[in-house]
Design a protein around this ligand. Structure first.
Ligand code: COA
Length: 181
């Protein structure tokens, strides 16, 4: 896919008829980013469990407590953000804290402002809900994502782990005030 930076991107909540394409896009983005780290069969199993039919993403797409914004190029999803009640094991979170549990953009649209728009939506939604703070978790070696989060005002506040197959990775918990620091 070769993007035209001026190509129009439409941002919208995904509807039921977008779910399958959105799961495929999420699977592709996760694989683009992390496949090189894992054994192929463990990785495929993880992708199926999370992005396949009946997996965790489908469950969250049907959960009214989970909010989504998708970026569409010519009606095809190229990115999304997912805002949930806090799920990460943060220490002493404030009541009502939320989590930007995923923000994923396909590689051709990196650096094009798509992720900035998705992030701003998540911050606006959190503020509208009077959430005091917004958390996320990030793989400690995901330098691009960490740079992006830092630019958006997040700071590291803790650690957690992420297990895929036999491998347990060191993830970091980051937070920022939802109303802006
Ligand atoms: C993380 C993500 C949403 C950020 O969106 P993006 O459009 O790529 O972000 P931007 O280009 O606006 O910002 C990335 C910054 O990291 C910098 N960067 C790129 N590669 C880098 C690297 N290897 N090390 C450090 N910084 C890096 C860029 O220069 C840019 O900084 P700048 O704005 O100061 O120039 C997107 O890259 C993505 O979807 N990645 C794959 C999925 C993923 O990792 N999601 C997050 C999981 S926690």
């Amino acid at each position: 896919m070769c993007p035209d930076p001026s190509a129009e991107i439409r941002f919208d909540s995904p509807t039921t008829r977008d779910h399958s394409a959105l799961r495929a896009m999420a699977r592709r983005s996760f694989a683009e980013t992390f496949a090189h780290l894992y054994a192929a069969d463990d990785f495929e199993r993880f992708l199926d469990q999370n992005y396949g039919p009946g997996g965790t993403m489908e469950r969250d797409l049907n959960d009214p407590a989970v909010q989504w914004l998708s970026a569409f190029h010519e009606s095809v999803p190229v990115g999304y953000a997912k805002l949930t009640p806090l799920r990460a094991p943060a220490s002493h979170p404030l009541p009502g804290a939320v989590e930007l549990q995923q923000i994923y953009v396909l590689q051709p649209w990196h650096g094009e402002g798509v992720a900035d728009h998705l992030m701003q939506w998540a911050l606006d939604r959190a503020a509208e809900q009077h959430a005091p703070e917004i958390y996320l978790t990030v793989f400690d070696h995901n330098e691009r994502a960490k740079h992006f989060y830092r630019r958006h005002g997040f700071v590291e506040v803790g650690r957690c782990t992420f297990r895929l197959g036999d491998r347990v990775d060191d993830d970091r918990i980051w937070r920022r005030r939802a109303t802006g620091d």
